[in-house]
Design a protein around this ligand. Sequence first.
Ligand SMILES: [Zn+2]
Ligand SMILES: [Zn+2]
Length: 157
Amino acid sequence: MENAIRHKPKFDDIYMDLAVNLAQRSHCIKAQVGAVLVNETRIISIGYNGPPAGTHNCDEDFGNVGCPRDSKGSCSLALHAEQNTILYAAKNGAKVEGATLYVTLSPCISCARVIYTMKIKKVFFLNSYAEYKGIPTDEGVEFLRKFGVEVVKYEKE
Ligand SMILES: [Zn+2]
Ligand SMILES: [Zn+2]
């Protein structure tokens, strides 16, 4: 009999692929970011960046002029993918403590504060926020590592 060992995708790959797909749903005009929150290999929340549900879709509402910017040049209406994802889990009573977050762009410093506060234990990211923004350091990643959250740059094997 043929000894057929079928290739099984790793959970890390499945979740990061999902985050990449979710990013494409974002209505944001600039960065499109997706996130998946997992506890004990089960998905407890998903999300992408954008204004709170039921308010604006930036590409549809501000397509010609661009959405209102904050002082750092980011969309002033959007929640980041990490925040949307964590808030949904918290709102619905899922256990966020000890969870792992998969996100397509490394967390900014304000998301890092939320991730740390919610006791998420591990973060996988695909692309660097610092590279995207043209800033010298990934301050969110540094903050998380400094205070004991494991942060891993995701590389597909
Ligand atoms: Zn916007
Ligand atoms: Zn952020």
